[in-house]
Every structure is written in structure tokens, then in C-alpha cells.
Design a protein around this ligand. Structure first.
Ligand code: BTN
Length: 244
């Protein structure tokens, strides 16, 4: 991943850029890296703000030969970030479903995956990542929720080294995904907040009265739960929100 690379000082959004690029210009693993975005996008139509010169803002284009299980690729990338923060900085990150990364009560990174199809075949799977690295102050409305590696570790971190390490972890994780490595799913599940516990759930736009026990993602990347009646239910990542 990242052997082919496009870099811009500023773009509207790395996801938008790669979405618009003609398919023949996209190689598997193509990385679009920027220093800042003018229209960074987050999940649920929110915006993603990043301070120039401080953070990591990029999108990786995957061209899977498979026909499904795509949500797991996002989780594989999130897990690569989690592993890096654990191994290198001794932090205790976890995934907030579907794809935010938190340390304690602070959000450190967010992922936004989008895809384009030609016919019913996937043409590109774009995993966009915003990781707060050296940013120390955040807009007032984000003060209580946003954090960065620098705020957590007290160190100024090399974005280049961090990116190189993340890409190699993601490449390794993607290889395991491709081989359908079952233990990878278990490792991912262990990092999902609420895993193995009874949690409050929002399905679609309705909060469920009764909790469900999170059994984790299955091999299709759907979230599986068991309800108080003992029935197993599965949901796509967009359908289910976990209010842990
Ligand atoms: C979220 O927290 O809701 C997801 C945030 C995703 C932000 C990244 S930054 C790089 C890529 N380009 C975008 O416009 N968004 C993603």
C-alpha cells in the first residue's frame, strides 16, 4: 500500500478526489495524502476538520477482487491504527462502532469508507482516515471530545514515520483479510467497545428498549448480537449503533 502516491498541500477531500478519478488511474493501494482539506467529510454527513501541518489525512484505494465483506477492510485499517498506538505509544485505544478510534473519552481518529461500483463489481474501496497527531488545540465545540497523540503522549510525533508504519500494518492486515484469516476477526472484535457485553442498541433510528449482547462481527462484517429472548440477530454496520 502507498507505493503509488499522490500528495497535495490542500484538497477539498481525499475521498472526494479518489472518487472522481477515472478507474484506470487507480491502482490497488494508491494513497492520496494531503496536509489539509477544505471540505473534509466524516460519517453521517458531518464535516472533518484538521489543522494544517499537524495531523495525518489520507485515503487508500483498495481494489478487492472479492465480492463482499468490505466493511471488514475498514475495521482492518482501524485495527492497524490501534495496534500502532498500543505497541509504539503504550496507549489503550478501542473502536467505537462503526469506525471511530478513541483513547479514554477522546476521539483520536475517524474513518470514512466509500466505494464505487461498475455494474455489480466493486471498482474501488476508499478508506479515508483522519488521525489527530500533533494538534494541541481544538475548536471549542470539540474540546471535550477530541484528542491527539501529542496530547496523550506529550511527544511531538513524526507524521512520516507514523504513516509508513501504519501502511505496513494495513498491508499485512489486508493480506490476512484476503486469506480469510479467522483469528483476525477475533482480534478485531476484542477492540470493539462493548464486545461480549450487554449494551444499549439503536437499530435504524430506534433505540431498543432491551439491551443486546454483542457477539462481534461475523465473516461478512455484520455485527451479530443476541437479544434477551436468546435469538441471534445480524445487522449491517449502517443499521446498528452501539450506545455502550
Ligand atoms: C468520522 O470521524 O466521521 C470520519 C472522519 C474521516 C476523515 C477522513 S480525513 C481523510 C478522508 N477524507 C475525507 O474527506 N474524510 C476522510
Amino acid at each position: 500500500l502507498g507505493h503509488d502516491l499522490v500528495y497535495f498541500q490542500e484538497l477539498d477531500s481525499t475521498n472526494t478526489y479518489l472518487k472522481k478519478l477515472p478507474g484506470r488511474e487507480i491502482s490497488h493501494g494508491l494513497l492520496c495524502l494531503v496536509d489539509s482539506q477544505t471540505k473534509g467529510r466524516g460519517q453521517y454527513n458531518k464535516s472533518w476538520e484538521t489543522k494544517p501541518g499537524k495531523n495525518l489525512t489520507f485515503t487508500i484505494a483498495f481494489k478487492p477482487s472479492e465480492s463482499g465483506r468490505f466493511h471488514i477492510v475498514t475495521l482492518v485499517c482501524a485495527k492497524a491504527i490501534i495496534d500502532e498506538l498500543e505497541d509504539r505509544y503504550g496507549l489503550n485505544p478501542y473502536m467505537k462502532w462503526p469506525n471511530d478510534i478513541f483513547v479514554g473519552d477522546k476521539k483520536i481518529a475517524g474513518l470514512l469508507t466509500e466505494s464505487t461500483f461498475s455494474g455489480n463489481k466493486i471498482d474501488r474501496l476508499l478508506v479515508g482516515i483522519g488521525l489527530n497527531v500533533n494538534q494541541e488545540d481544538f475548536p471549542k465545540e470539540l474540546m471535550n471530545i477530541a484528542g491527539s497523540l501529542k496530547l496523550l503522549t506529550g511527544e511531538e510525533i513524526s507524521r512520516e514515520e507514523l504513516l509508513a508504519s501504519l501502511l505496513s500494518r494495513m498491508e499485512y492486515g489486508y493480506g490476512r483479510w484476503h486469506k480469510r484469516d479467522q483469528s483476525q476477526l477475533k482480534e478485531i472484535n476484542q477492540k470493539i467497545e462493548g464486545y461480549g457485553r450487554w449494551v444499549k442498541l439503536k437499530i435504524g433510528d430506534k433505540i431498543r428498549e432491551k439491551p443486546g449482547k454483542l457477539l462481534g462481527i461475523n465473516e461478512k462484517g455484520q455485527m451479530t448480537i443476541i437479544n434477551p429472548e436468546g435469538e441471534i440477530e445480524t445487522f449491517s454496520y449502517e443499521q446498528i449503533r452501539i450506545i455502550a
